[in-house]
Structures are given as structure tokens and as C-alpha cells.
Design a protein around this ligand. Sequence first.
Ligand SMILES: N[C@@H](CCC(=O)N[C@@H](CS)C(=O)NCC(=O)O)C(=O)O
Length: 333
Amino acid sequence: MNMLVDGEWRTDAYESTNDDGEFDRQETSFRNWVEADPDAEFPAESGRYHLYVSYACPWAHRTLVTRALRGLEDVVSVDVVDPYRAEDGWQFTPGKDGTTPDSQNGFDYLREAYVKADPEFTGRVTVPVLWDKERETIVNNESEEVMRMLDTAFDEFANDATLYPEGKRDEIDETIDAIYEPINNGVYRAGFAGSQDAYENAVSELFDALDHWEEVLADQRYLCGDALTEADVCLFTTLVRFDDVYHTHFKCNVRKIAEYPNLWNYLKELYQLPGVSETVRMDHIREHYYRTHPDINPKRIVAVGPNHDFEADHDRDRIAGGPPRELAGLSAD
Ligand SMILES: N[C@@H](CCC(=O)N[C@@H](CS)C(=O)NCC(=O)O)C(=O)O
């Protein structure tokens, strides 16, 4: 695998599975916070912060969905890397459909932004990255924290559709934690497993968790009750990729999401919220996964199905609750 070591790009640097063949996800390293306080080190301001993302990445996708749901498109800018991550890591390939140049630094590779932020940086070069245009540095590259900052620090510039309402915060945090290991990271633990046991454990935990949430969603609108929250954003970005890539490429093939009536309708409802469909680029998702992991898919052939219609009607209005008023009135198209 490829990473930076003391600011130098290395292609032979680390093992991502442990001795039992289990996938180990590394900790991210830039952990500063944007705050709604003009005296903070990183104060929330319109036009000051920038996201580097890949449309392929479920972690980066959380930040894009939050930005869309809070109406922050004109407040926080975005650049999009090439979905295909080759030897040199995430790359800017303007001209390829759906990608952008690096509008902030003019770099060819995302790793250059990491080195600019820390010339001695050691670690993986991951998306998402929240970049501060004023200090010219990385604020944070941990998706859960970037999502939280977009949702809570920018209220002055955002709509009122908070995804982290007071009174629900503990439950939201607990739910985000509860779905992380078996579901969000579980698909990776299955896909990158280096042993049969590690794979089977991951898959069985994954489908137990999906079965559980399928039941919860039978008579509850969202993961934490009547109101849409950050926990739903976190589940959404895994569910929307599931049948196209995790089911086949990561061998998570006990069931498809489309075979779970409640999860499937819930997924369609979230997809149809204003601004969300624009954040879903299935071409980038497919290309990234099928081409970027040659140890799993050596011929790099990109699977073409299943072409779900996420715009099809959903049945979630049968359950109490619904999207926040700010979003309910807007049409998805
Ligand atoms: N914990 C991080 C994980 C981010 C992450 O692993 N992103 C992947 C893309 S899906 C990445 O950039 N991987 C590059 C690499 O590992 O070299 C977060 O949630 O932000």
C-alpha cells in the first residue's frame, strides 16, 4: 500500500491486515475543529473552507451529503479527485467527467496538500480533507468530525435543518458508533479480509446489523426516531454503494439492500432529499472500487449492474416523521 512517510511518498510502506487476516483501519491525523466563534483558531466563515473529496468514498460522501442538506454549497467549496486511485494516490485529473482541478493549490496529487500542511507528514493520504484557505492548511481529515463541523459550526450560514438536534445528541452518537464497526467499516472488513474466518465474521456481523436496522425501520422513520440525523447520513453512504460494489466486489452477498423492504425504501427516501442525488456518482463509485484494488479484482473489470432506480417511489410516508420542514418543501429535481 501507498502512503507518506516523513513527507516522502512510499509505495511499500504498511500492512493493512493483522496476523489474523483482519483489516486494520488506521487513525486519521489532522484533528482541528472549525468553531462558531470568531476568536477560534479556525472560525466558521463563509468562503474560507474547502473540501477535497472523492465521489467514490463513503466517508467523504458524508461531508457532501451534510453540506447539501444544510444548504452550504455556497459557503464551503469542493474539489473532486479522480475516482481511480493508482500508485501515486488520489490525483486531480480535470477533464475526466465529474472531477475538478485542485482549485486551491493547483496540485496534481492530493498528497501535496498533506505535505503542504505538514512537510514531515507520515500516514495515509485520505479523503475527505477539510482545507483552510486562509491558513493554507488541513483542518481535519476525519469524516465524522468534518460532518459534525459542517452541521454544527456553520449555523449562521446554513438552513435550520440541523442533523444533530439538542436532546438527541447522545442517541445520535451512539447510533453512529453502533453502525460503524459492523456496517460502515464492516463492508471493508469483509472485502479486505485476508482469511476465510475474518471474512465470515465480518459478513455475519454485517448482515446481523442490517437485519436489526431493517426491523427498526419497519415502524420508525429514521435511525434515531422521527427526525433525520447525522446517523442517517452515515448509513446512507454505505447503503447507496452496497448493491453496486460491496455486494459483488467485497463479497457481501448474503442479500442486497433492494431485498430489504424497509432499508430499500429508506435508502430511496434519503436519495430523493434535495441535493442528495447530486452527491451520488455511481460511475465514480464503480470505477474506484473495481479498478483500485487489483488484489481483489486483478483484471480491473468494472461491473455494470445493478442500475437501481433510486428515484422510484418510496413508501416511507406511511410512517410518522419526515424530513425537516426546510427540506420537505423543496423538490429533489
Ligand atoms: N477514517 C477516515 C477514513 C477515510 C478513508 O479511508 N478514505 C479512503 C477512501 S474511501 C482513502 O482515502 N483511502 C486512501 C488510502 O488509504 O490510501 C474518515 O472517515 O475520514
